[in-house]
Design a protein around this ligand. Sequence first.
Ligand code: HEC
Ligand SMILES: [Cu+2]
Length: 373
Amino acid sequence: MLNRLRKPCIAFAVPSLLLASGTAFAEYKFNLPEPVSPVTKEVFDLHMLTATVALIIMVLVTLVITYSIFKFRKSKDYQADQEFHNGWFGTWSWLFVPAIVLGIDLTIAGSASSTFDLIEDKTPADLTVKVTGSQWKWTYEYMEDDVKIVSSLLPKEEAGDRYLRMVDNPLYLPTDRRVRFLHTATDVLHAWWVPAIAVKKDSIPGYINETWTIIEKEGNYHGQCAENCGTGHAFMPIQVNAISGDKFDKWMSEQKAITLAKAAEAASGKVLTLDELMAKGEELYNKNCSACHKADGSGLPPVFPPLKGSVIAIGDISEHLDVVINGSSGTAMAAWGKQLDDLELAAIITYERNAWDNNTGDAVQPSDVKAAR
Ligand code: HEC
Ligand SMILES: [Cu+2]
């Protein structure tokens, strides 16, 4: 019986092996994105190994079952084999079938453990990026250079058919340098995952997780938050632009200059006009607050309160400052004092107090925010 089975098995197994091997998947259309870092290459190989083993086993088992059901059907008067356990196969299969399964398992496990070792490799990095997840955006801090990038979803009008993949400020990284990521979160669990360049790691409030990468190829790599983090979970894409070291150094010195100018502006104690504050505030509000409170201030009651006509937004300024700076514990309203500077907060609060017919006429200055902190 075994001999009769061999031919159809081989006929099926060979093409399926070819299908599962690298060549057929070279375009990565139906597979994981092309890996471009040491870790993701190993993860990809591991994925291919397990997928190939699983595919071969599935094909073999399906073939044997289909063949047996058809060949040994009752209408052909086949009787169940009463002597199976007395033949050599019946005697020894109890031993060698589990041994084969164990062998395959150990092959996969051995390969996986070397991948884990590589993931946990703690060789010192050339640069460190702290990645903070919040509802619903990513903040990237280049630790050595004191530069911070806030990265949020690019609106549909600007992103077009790449909506939900594109962000306003991508994370720029140099190729061929070792980058260490430190993962954390401000509110709930998030997970930073860009399949082409780095493994998935949970971002946990109060904890720091670590991953690393060396990107071997310039390009734009995309990912998503991979931990269900609330109603905006689908709206926090990740975009990494990998550029050569030279280009990166140039980009970084520009960012440093921008950061310094911003800090100087915020610290200058300058008094802004209502119009200046409103213009700046609208932009910042739409970027940071409109996901929950909506661009027209109508919110999403009962969870996210409207700010149009809200008692707090048109009432006492100090209460308004307090809820925005310190947040509201136990709710999705974050403590924005940690994320935005005095000028940004002054502009947003001024905007909330005057937009959507709130018309209080109040111009909140950076010095007011500073005093309220
Ligand atoms: C992730 C969702 C979310 C985002 C983003 C958000 N808020 Fe809130 N906000 C809330 C929730 C929820 C409350 C209600 C808190 C409570 O019930 O104590 C709230 C309450 C407020 C209130 C008090 C309103 C009232 O009538 O009670 C103000 C003012 C406010 N937010 C301003 C802001 C500003 C300014 C930003 C952007 C810098 C912002 N919020 C971003 C969720 C959010
Ligand atoms: Cu998230």
